[in-house]
Ligand binder design. Sequence first.
Ligand code: ADP
Ligand code: MG
Length: 329
Amino acid sequence: MPALDVAGEFETIERLFKPLAHPEWGRGLADDVAALPSRPGYDLVLTKDAIVEGVHFLPDDPLDTVARKLLRVNLSDLAAKGAEAFGYLLACFWSERCGWPEREAFASGLAEDQARFGVHLLGGDTVRTPGPLSFSLTALGWAATGKTVSRAGAQVGDLVFVTGVIGDGLLGLKAAQEQLALAPERMEALISHYRMPTPRTDFADIVREFATASVDVSDGLAADLAHIAQASRVGVALNLNVLPLSAAAQAWFDDRVDPQLSLEDLASGGDDYEITFTAHPRHEDALRREAERRLVRLTRIGEVTAGQGLTVLYDGQPVPMARNGWTHG
Ligand code: ADP
Ligand code: MG
């Protein structure tokens, strides 16, 4: 094993990243560029996320899960737009603490998720930094021409749905920071969700077929629905009473004194990486069937109304979501 300080950039690419290269378009990461043929009938859909140690991940998060989360949050964005991912570009800014073991862990995390999600590395850049460890990843996917779902298509009368559960992102961060006191298996479930969320890639085709507007839940369910309301120039009513919770979140919730405040917390915490979308009521049955077929929990959490912006309801009454940067109603 080479000494820590000789984890050079060339060797990192050659030894760790080359095996991850896209078999047709990556040129073995040895040709300055990747080149892919344009695909008739499809739009190329792109998204990028950057993460910084101490800001987006914790200094003691294992680097294989940091890599997997970085890839997954980008796949989540593509899925929410109805696009199917095939590849990604990657920039690594290695800090001084990153020798071979750290770099190897990072690459092995990528390898595992490449296999799981059917994507490959197309190229990137590898540098050292005197600053904090950072990464940036650009994911590429295909969607049939003109079919990329936007935030802007919600229509008055549409229903609002969300996949999976809400709040595990926020509680997972608290659990990882040891700010929660739950049974060990609950803590583990939450931490693992925080470190490695599951993007709803198997729901991309459903979103593409049925959604009028869609986003992935990364800023917080309420904030992301407010984005849809604003872009679509409609009102969105979110019913907190039906917020879908995991068993771990339910255990946390059951200990709370103020149920309304607790649900507000969960609806405004980020990092869930579910998809929330709007669809015409005539598609509700089909949506439920498709969700069931894919073993994806799907909850109807509200509706699109005339008016402007997000209204959050609890027991049918509007509640002010004062602790957030966004405004409602
Ligand atoms: P340049 O001198 O043009 O910056 P590099 O030596 O950085 O070229 O990169 C050489 C090749 O390795 C290119 O094909 C580049 O895309 C690839 N590459 C470099 N870093 C990464 C990375 N982190 N992930 C994937 N490919 C990389
Ligand atoms: Mg370079």
